[in-house]
Write a protein that binds this ligand. Structure first.
Ligand code: NAD
Ligand code: ZN
Length: 360
């Protein structure tokens, strides 16, 4: 298996995404980005013991002095209080504006460490080293960083692009099955919004992915990153098409917030949310019923939930009313015109949405 390198094309802020086995040990991938000679490896108490030594050794071989910051594990830690502890650690070791932050972990570490990098001393460089499938196909690419608020998912944050993404696929060997499935939700999302051929490939290969067949995983990660890089290059700050990446997320974020962060994994909430978005699209006469059923079937085969938890309609609407895509008090939804083609609906008919949520 060889290393593949893609590029996120953002002019002077363009950066590589390296994907392949054993990359944590490849000094040449890190060396160009850590020339200042100091790095802070931000990780968590699960990933740190597994992979931080390898990363630190690689950085040391590039002549870099490192120190490690370990945060507790879990979505509930993606919050202001944990971030403040990270700032404290950075200050304690006198990290300066040239110290490179290395975010080693899943999306929680990546989002929080990325936001620390965006804000510490008004911004320091950072490198993403994603270790979950979800982080390798989605969260490490595109520069969205931030933390949750008790009242809303990802409500505090900043755009801050990394210098590079180093996705070592060998790290997925230790990922629990439930987390692997959660990552598949975002992979399926790319097919559903933009690439019907990829969606068809996923229908044929979902079992191979669940069995972690290396070739299948490498293809799915590469294709997902290509699509994400393409959309980010088109619309870095989500003035338009980048919002399509939010298929299932308006419903999904409501589930995560209302059920308590970490109860539903992000990917699980997005999975159920995508089924809801597809059913809503069919109900509005936008997408064929058969497409909604086809998406549901694939999500089910990926080992993911297709039904949301039972929540009160007022709670749904309240949580969805705080989504970042909303404008002037109207809920924006990402809907399907058909599988492989999503659209932004800024004027989701309130009555239809309420009926849809009530009808469950
Ligand atoms: N910034 C973005 O564009 C973006 C996109 C999608 C999702 N997200 C965010 O990402 C987060 C979810 O990320 P996630 O699914 O990676 O969850 P996560 O970071 O919580 O990781 C999942 C679990 O796997 C563990 N883990 C990580 N790597 C491991 C490995 N190699 N072996 C064994 N265990 C490992 C973690 O410690 C954790 O317990 C959510 O907060 C979501 O909002 C952000
Ligand atoms: Zn997501």
């Amino acid at each position: 298996m060889t290393t593949r390198t893609l590029t996120v094309g953002l002019g002077s802020r363009s950066y590589p995404i390296h994907i392949g086995p054993g990359l944590l040990r490849q000094a040449s991938l890190f060396a160009p980005h850590v020339k200042s000679g100091r790095a802070a490896v931000i990780t968590n108490t699960t990933v740190g013991p597994l992979y931080a030594d390898a990363v630190e050794r690689t950085l040391a071989s590039c002549g870099v002095r490192t120190f490690r910051v370990e945060i507790p594990d879990g979505e509930a830690e993606k919050r202001w209080q944990t971030l403040d502890r990270v700032y404290g650690e950075l200050l304690r070791v006198q990290a300066d504006r040239k110290t490179v932050i290395v975010a080693l972990g899943g999306g929680v570490v990546g989002d929080l460490a990325g936001f620390a990098a965006a804000t510490y001393q008004r911004g320091v460089p950072f490198v993403q080293v994603p270790t979950t499938l979800l982080a390798q196909v989605d969260s490490s690419v595109g520069g969205k960083t931030g933390v949750n608020h008790a009242l809303g998912k990802n409500m505090i944050g900043a755009f801050h692009q990394p210098l590079a993404v180093v996705a070592d696929t060998t790290t997925l060997d230790t990922l629990p099955d439930r987390e692997l499935a959660a990552g598949l939700a975002e992979v399926i999302k790319y097919g559903a919004i933009r690439d019907i051929d990829f969606f068809g490939w996923l229908e044929e290969n979902v079992e191979r992915l669940r069995e972690r067949e290396a070739g299948a995983l490498a293809y799915a990660i590469g294709r997902s990153c290509e699509i994400k890089a393409e959309i980010v290059a088109l619309d870095e700050r989500e003035a338009g098409p980048r919002a399509l990446l939010n298929l299932g997320h308006t419903f999904g974020h409501a589930i995560e917030t209302l059920e308590g962060y970490g109860t539903w994994l992000h990917g699980e909430a997005v999975a159920a949310g995508m089924v809801m978005a597809a059913r809503m699209s069919a109900r509005l006469g936008r997408a064929p019923e058969s497409d909604a059923r086809r998406l549901e079937a694939l999500i089910r085969r990926a080992g993911l939930p297709v039904e949301p938890p039972g929540l009160a309609v007022d709670d749904w609407l309240d949580a969805m009313g705080r989504d970042k895509k909303n404008e002037s008090g109207r809920i924006t939804l990402i809907l399907l015109d058909r599988l492989g083609a999503a659209a932004i609906e800024k004027n989701a008919p309130a009555g239809a949405l309420q009926d849809f949520l009530t009808g469950r």
